[in-house]
Each structure stands twice: as C-alpha cells, then as structure tokens.
Design a protein around this ligand. Structure first.
Ligand SMILES: CC(=O)N[C@H]1[C@@H](OP(=O)(O)OP(=O)(O)OC[C@H]2O[C@@H](n3ccc(=O)[nH]c3=O)[C@H](O)[C@@H]2O)O[C@H](CO)[C@@H](O)[C@@H]1O
Ligand SMILES: C=C(OP(=O)(O)O)C(=O)O
Length: 433
C-alpha cells in the first residue's frame, strides 16, 4: 500500500509544466501496434499504466526503447507475435481493451480479460466494445476468465451508432476502421480532447479520418499505416489539478497550457467557487479574492450545481477536484455525475475531515462547504482523481493528514509529489504492506 503523508496549510505557489494526458497516451501507445514501421513519441510520462503497456509490448517481441527522463519512446512492432493461450493483457487499467483491435488486425485473434475495469467508478461495460468488434466481423467466445475474439483480416467496414458517447469504444472503432476494407461511419462518437489527440495521431500514421471533434466520425480504411514522430499535448486534467491546488491552499499556481480554447466551461466551473482562471501567453493561472465562496445563482431556491457528462460537458474525471473546492468554499453546491453510477460513494470519507457532504443518490452529492476542517487519516478508493481530491483537502488543512492507498495517482501523474514539493507542499510517500 502507498500512502501520502501531508503536512497541510501551506499555500502552494509557482509555475509548472504539466505532463501528457494518460487517456491520450494509452490509446496512442496501443495504436502503434497497428504499424510495423518505427514510431517516436515525445513527452511520454513515467506512469504505471504506460509501464504496463510497454511490458506487454516487450513480451510480444516488439522493440521498445524508452527514456523517461527525456520523455522519448521509440517503438517498433515488426517482430511482434501474439498467442492468445500465452499472453495476458495488462490488469486494472481500462486501456487494455484498446489492444484488442490492433491484435485482431495483426493476428486475427485477441483476448478481453475479465479485469479491464480501471478505476472503480461503477459499472464499466465491455458490451459496447464487443458490439463494435462484431460489427467489423469478429466472432466472440466466452472462456473461464474472459473472451476470445477472432476475425478475418482485413476487418470489414462498419456503420455503427453507439448507445452513448463512450471514449474508449470510439477509439476502438477508429482502431478497427483504420485498416478495414472500405468506409466506416460512427455516430454518437465521443469527442473528448484525448479522443481528438488520438485521432490526430492516427492521421499522422496515415489513417483517413473525418469529423474529428464531432459526434460523427468517418474513417476510410487504408492498406497499411506508416511510422511517425509525435509530441503529446498537455494534460487538461493535470492543468486543472494544479490550478485547483493553488486555489484551495490560498496560493497561486501557473500552469503551461497550449489549448485554452478547451477551457471556457472549466473556467466557468472554477468561477462558481470564486476562483478566476486567466489564460495568457500560453500559461494559465488561478486567483481567488479572499476565501473560496460559492456564487449564488440568480434563480431563487435552487442550488448552485456542477454537471459532468461526455464532452463538451465538464469531464466526469474532474468532478472530485471540484468537490474538494466545494468542501472548502462557503456555500452549497450540487455535483451531478451523469456518467457513472458508483463514482460518488467516496464522499462519505470527507466527514473524517469534518466536512458535510450529502450523497443524495448514486449520481449526485451536495456539499455544504466552508465548515471548519480538521486534519485526518482517510482512505482513497481505486480512483485516481479521488485520491487527488482527498490530497487537495489535506493540503489545505493545517496539520498532519494521511491519504491511505493513494497509489492510483501514479497511474496518471508522473513526479506528482516532486511537483507539489516544488510548489511548497510538505508531502511524501510512505510505502507499506
Ligand atoms: C482510459 C480512458 O480513457 N478512460 C476514460 C474513459 O473510460 P471509458 O471509455 O471506459 O468510459 P465510457 O465513456 O465508456 O463510460 C464509462 C461508463 O459510463 C457509463 N456511461 C457513459 C456515458 C454515458 O453517456 N452513459 C453511460 O451510461 C457506461 O456504463 C460506461 O461503461 O472515459 C471515461 C468517461 O469520460 C473516463 O472516466 C475514463 O477516465
Ligand atoms: C478513470 C480513469 O482511468 P481508467 O479509465 O483507466 O480507470 C481516469 O483516468 O481518471
């Protein structure tokens, strides 16, 4: 178990360059398996999920040359082989499922393990993925510990309309369609910044994709994909995290941000807690005039609210970070997670800090913020941004707090503790059983 020990109450101040977005890096890594040509990636973060994917690449016989200090990765899958009886996809990460289309395209066979669940946010379905593979011509067989899929090569083109705008299902559709024979169309496609970044990478490999950033993606299959040299963009999750850490501790953090056009709704959400975000010359910063305070709506008798849903709504993964602001801000806010049915239960843990948060149903929680808080020892569920939300509160409360089981942070944020120490935090990892 990895715990975070925090001596809170210090304002965090300074400038930071964020890392790449795990949810762009992982599908892009999986996509490299579609080509036999060398691919060079820059800005590769040293996070556990990346290590797991590189490990499976090595075990498949691919060439992997990574330098995490420089952030560069050279990968080539020319001598790669896959045996469904021998190889297992990485566990405890959702992105494992993104290895399935490249395996089908290259070897005509793939496995989906029972454990491709990722963060414990509630039900994480595999049916939409299986349906996509079936539309492209795959057959599916259930085994004791997962599914085995087999498909013709090349895959046939597909016209498909998703039940909902699923991030990884959209990416899997594009991965299948890139080398399929003919024109494939996906309706109700996801359009998150990481989905767009992934599609741009696919274009660099030579994939023919139209409609990036919209809910209709059209992909015309090509015979083969080439190599490329690609630099990852900055992670909006990490930008928001550091801005929020500055605001909640009464400090001021500036974060490099090359895509402020993605931020208008995020900025308005910060403003609901009295935090003003500014974007200038490629940097974003957050300022608070005095205490955090919830902005009262003009409509009488309603609560201020933050709604999270598929893009272009506020991303659900950011919700815990705003819940932490809600706990510290004077006033009440309703948080509404429209995606997951089990992502809010962790808020019971907030009472250990002396906070008042009420779980109204599996999707909604109300914070009654601005109460005096005390340091505490709290337990994080296996949810990356919840570990961060608990840490934000610990950092804002004077005294000694412990976030038990904070290791999920390492799935997405490289050098997280080092970065916070650089901003003036007193925080360290404690490794235990
Ligand atoms: C590796 C990766 O990229 N993971 C992200 C990806 O996961 P992932 O692609 O697994 O998430 P999906 O978009 O498929 O949504 C997750 C679950 O939410 C439910 N659902 C979702 C949308 C909807 O309109 N209705 C609905 O019921 C479904 O049960 C679904 O299984 O997107 C999620 C939603 O942004 C993020 O939390 C994850 O961090
Ligand atoms: C929930 C997340 O990741 P995953 O889907 O891999 O669990 C996340 O990145 O916040």
């Amino acid at each position: 178990m990895s715990d975070l020990i925090v001596h809170g109450g210090k304002p965090l101040t300074g400038r930071l360059v964020p890392s790449a977005n795990k949810n762009a890096v992982l599908p892009i890594l999986c996509a490299t398996l579609l080509t036999r040509e060398p691919v060079r990636l820059r800005g590769v973060p040293e996070i556990t999920d990346v290590r797991k994917i590189l490990e499976i690449f090595r075990s498949l016989g691919s060439r992997v040359d990574v330098d995490f200090r420089a952030g560069t990765l050279e990968v080539q899958h020319d001598a790669t082989r896959f045996d469904e009886r021998e190889h297992r996809l990485p566990e405890e990460m959702r992105s494992s499922i993104l290895l399935v289309p490249p395996l089908l395209a290259r070897f005509g066979v793939a496995r989906i393990e029972d454990d491709v669940k990722g963060c414990s946010l509630g039900m994480r379905e595999i049916d939409p993925h299986v349906e996509v593979m079936q539309h492209f011509g795959a057959s599916v067989e259930r085994t004791d510990d997962g599914l085995v899929l087999r498909s013709p090569r090349p895959l046939g083109a597909s016209q498909h309309w998703l039940d909902y705008a699923s991030v990884t299902t959209t990416e899997n559709f594009v991965l299948c369609a890139a080398l399929a024979s003919g024109r494939s169309v996906l309706m109700n496609a996801a359009s998150e910044p990481h989905v767009q970044e992934f599609c741009r990478f696919m274009q660099q490999l030579g994939a023919r994709i139209e409609g990036i950033g919209t809910s209709r993606l059209e992909v015309t299959g090509v015979e083969r994909l080439g190599g490329t040299d690609f630099t990852f963009a900055e992670d909006f999750h990490e930008i928001v995290t550091f801005l929020a850490l500055g605001a909640i501790t009464g400090g001021s953090v500036s974060v490099r941000n090359s895509a402020p056009q993605q931020f208008p709704l995020i900025d308005r959400t910060f403003a609901k807690f009295g935090v003003q975000v500014r974007h200038e010359d490629g940097w974003s910063s957050a300022e608070t005039a005095g205490r955090l305070k919830v902005r009262e709506p003009f409509t009488r008798n309603i609560l201020q609210k933050v709604e999270a849903a598929p893009w272009p709504y506020l991303p659900v993964d950011l919700l815990p970070i705003f819940v932490a602001l809600g706990v510290q801000a004077e006033g009440s806010v309703m948080f509404w997670n429209k995606v997951y049915d089990g992502a809010m239960g962790w808020t019971a843990e907030l009472s250990k800090f002396g906070a008042h948060a009420f779980l109204s149903d599996p999707h909604r929680v109300i914070t009654f913020g601005g109460k005096p808080l005390v340091p505490a020892s709290v337990e994080s569920p296996y949810i990356i941004r919840v570990a961060i939300a608990l840490l934000m509160l610990a950092a804002s409360i004077p005294g000694h707090s412990v976030i038990r089981n904070a290791a999920p942070i390492r799935r997405a944020h490289p050098r997280f503790v080092e970065n916070l120490v650089g901003l003036g935090a007193e925080i360290e990892w404690r490794e235990g059983d």
